[in-house]
Design a protein around this ligand. Structure first.
Ligand SMILES: [Zn+2]
Length: 227
């Protein structure tokens, strides 16, 4: 039993927000590599020290290190009944390592949900995105989720002033979309061949409308799995 989901989508497609909603609805942990990196950094763990150098230089964290960090996180008891992977795997090599890890754990991915948004729309959305520099929560001033108080983080005990991250600026976004096409897009085919890919056209869909579509597709898949 359990539910294991991978979320795919270009940066700014709204994947993190949907992962967060799915996690809450299905009572599963949202495994975001970005969040885990930040946690290791805060706590100054051995893995955190290794990650720090890469993040500071703006380089991608190598696949091997990323996989070690995910493997470590999946050991936690809250992952026993499933999890939502958000931002991992993001390359073919990572997808293959994940398969080996799942095999060791005697687990299977149930669905790979791809949120498909045209590039032009992503650029428009990211320019209004704001992030919390302290806890990593993400908001969008035009498309939601909206902070309750303008430019302030909603999370309990946080309330930090929201910022536009450097990598949400237009020239950086175009570069990130290019990187996404080159490295992440191929893994979509990898999962399509396995019959796991659920691609959801999400152009001009609000957070709630998109979530309803995802839930409906999962329910449908669940129904066919148990029949
Ligand atoms: Zn915050």
């Amino acid at each position: 039993m359990g539910l294991r989901i991978i979320m795919l989508g270009a940066p700014g497609a709204g994947k993190g927000t949907q992962a967060q909603k799915l996690a809450a609805a299905y009572h599963l942990p949202q495994i975001s590599t970005g969040d885990i990196f930040r946690k290791h950094l805060r706590e100054g763990t051995e893995l955190g020290k290794q990650v720090q150098g890469y993040l500071q230089s703006g380089a991608l964290v190598p696949d091997e290190l990323t996989c070690a960090i995910v493997a470590d996180r999946l050991q936690a008891p809250d992952c026993a009944n499933g999890y939502i992977l958000d931002g991992f795997p993001r390359s073919q090599a990572q997808a293959e390592s994940l398969d080996r890890l799942l095999q060791e754990r005697n687990e299977k991915i149930d669905a790979v949900i791809e949120i498909d948004v045209p590039d032009a729309e992503i650029i428009e959305r990211l320019s209004t995105r704001r992030s919390c520099p302290v806890c990593g929560a993400v908001y969008n001033l035009k498309f939601g989720p909206f902070p309750h108080e303008d430019e302030k983080c909603d999370r309990p005990n946080c309330g930090s002033h929201l910022v536009q991250r450097d990598d949400d600026r237009e020239e950086t976004i175009r570069e990130r979309l290019k990187v996404y096409q080159q490295t992440t897009r191929p893994i979509r085919e990898y999962y399509e061949k396995k019959g796991l890919l659920m691609s959801i056209p999400a152009s001009r869909l609000g957070v709630e409308a998109l979530f309803s579509k995802i839930e409906a597709m999962l329910a449908q898949a669940g129904a066919s799995r148990s029949s």
